[in-house]
Design a protein around this ligand. Structure first.
Ligand code: MN
Length: 424
């Protein structure tokens, strides 16, 4: 037995995989046979799939709840170190989540070098740093009740800018390479805010933060149509975000949170536009029925996720290494065990990424040029209907993860062990 916090071991994963490998091989062989007429290189698909990595949000390891209440699971992490332990467990099981995105000040960080070592020992690195000027913190001098970066008062804006500079500084010490900014600024009532002036103040603040951004960093700006502001939001849509990103500078890019769109929005078309503009920075992956529901990826709209992934894979093939959006999960877990929900999302993302990799781009283009609507759509459907679960499982195994990560997580008793460890 080892001292220190319990983590699922390599031996446990190997043992679990051994018991499942024969069935997986059989399923993969059947898949390969069914794809043979299409001349799809499955090894290449597997290789691409193992390259697909998704960051874990530190806040996702906790029960999020809604504004009506929280129902915490037992054994939740008590601090950032324990959040990293949970993230490491997820990464061990999936082989697909090697980075963690921090949120300042939700993650209280006192000892950065210890934290960096703690992460490195668990094979984790730090992804984009997230700021917070959408709520007040204890002891804070000025309030963000009426906004932060776009606030009418210069003092409040300066305070919000200073917070971002601090977040960059922390990120630099942890080896992060990106700053992610979402603001809640806006108005709840007509007449409350000047649309043009508030946007100009926001741009001005962004530019000041951008000037302090290290040369090898990217700045992500995240738009959202409404909430907490219900009538008007300063950065509500991709058009405003594109204007802002163009005004601020080359390394200011747009982050697309899948839940930050009104129902029926064609998100994949937005993604394509942002790729054309060279301004697609990354994603907050989740799913939603109505708005910012923050549900598990692909739980509601798997076909939409597949279509978004198609845009990304086709752009990747065309643009090569220059094109490398950041992928992060952004979910709130109210009912599911947070660790299980993050694993489930990662598994689903792998399944749909694999499906999108199976699209025959040449055939698709051929039918598009011929205006053969039915056959073009059929190319999508053919890939979408293919059962790619064995590919996803194999990609996890090749990356050192588990064929059946959720089953192993449950078998391991991790949650029970953590409940004892964390509630002494
Ligand atoms: Mn988000």
């Amino acid at each position: 037995m080892t001292s220190g916090p319990y983590l699922i071991t390599r031996e446990q994963i190997e043992k679990s995989n051994r018991a499942r490998k024969r069935v997986l091989d059989k399923n993969l062989a059947a898949l390969a046979a069914s794809l043979k007429p299409a001349k799809i290189d499955l090894d290449h698909v597997l290789h691409e799939l193992t390259r697909f990595k998704i960051a874990i949000p530190s806040w996702g390891t906790m029960t999020g709840g809604t504004r009506f209440g929280k129902f915490p699971v037992p054994g939740q992490p008590r601090d950032i170190f324990e959040k990293l332990d949970d993230a490491a467990t997820i990464h061990r099981l999936t082989g697909a989540n090697p980075t963690v995105s921090l949120h300042i000040p939700w993650d209280r960080l006192d000892d950065l070098s210890t934290l960096k070592r703690h992460a490195a020992k668990r094979g984790l690195r730090f992804d984009a740093m997230n700021s917070n000027t959408f709520e007040d913190q204890p002891g804070q001098k000025l309030s963000y009740k009426f906004g932060g970066l776009s606030h009418v008062s210069k003092q409040v804006r300066d305070q919000a800018i200073r917070h971002h500079l601090e977040v960059i500084e922390i990120g630099e010490r942890l080896g992060s390479k990106a700053l992610s900014i979402w603001i809640g600024d806006g108005a709840n009532f007509p007449g409350q805010a000047d649309f043009r002036k508030s946007f100009a103040r926001y741009l001005d603040s962004l530019k000041k933060i951008y000037r302090a951004l290290p040369k090898d960093w990217t700045m992500f700006i995240e738009y959202k149509p409404f909430e907490p502001a219900f009538y008007y939001t300063v950065l509500a849509d991709w058009g405003s975000a594109l204007m802002a990103a163009n005004a601020v500078g080359e390394r200011c890019k747009i982050l697309v949170d899948l839940g930050h769109h009104l129902p029926n929005t064609n998100i994949e078309a937005i993604v394509a536009r942002l790729i054309s503009a060279g301004k697609l920075g990354g994603f907050h992956l989740n799913d939603s029925q109505y708005a910012d529901d923050d549900l598990t990826a692909a739980s509601l709209a798997p076909y939409r996720l597949f279509r978004i992934f198609h845009e990304l894979i086709s752009a990747g093939r065309e643009l090569g290494k220059k094109f490398s959006p950041a992928y992060l999960i952004d979910q709130s877990h109210n009912l599911k065990d947070p660790i299980e929900a993050l694993i489930q999302t990662t598994v689903e993302l792998q399944i749909y990424w694999a499906k999108a990799l199976l699209i025959d781009e040449q055939a698709l283009e051929h039918y598009q040029e011929k205006n053969d609507v039915l056959m073009a759509e059929s190319e999508f459907k053919k890939a979408f209907h293919t059962d790619t679960r064995p590919l996803a499982a194999m990609a996890r195994m090749l990356a050192g993860g588990a064929i059946a990560p959720i089953e192993l997580f449950r078998e391991s008793g991790y949650r029970k062990i953590k409940t004892r460890e964390r509630n002494p």
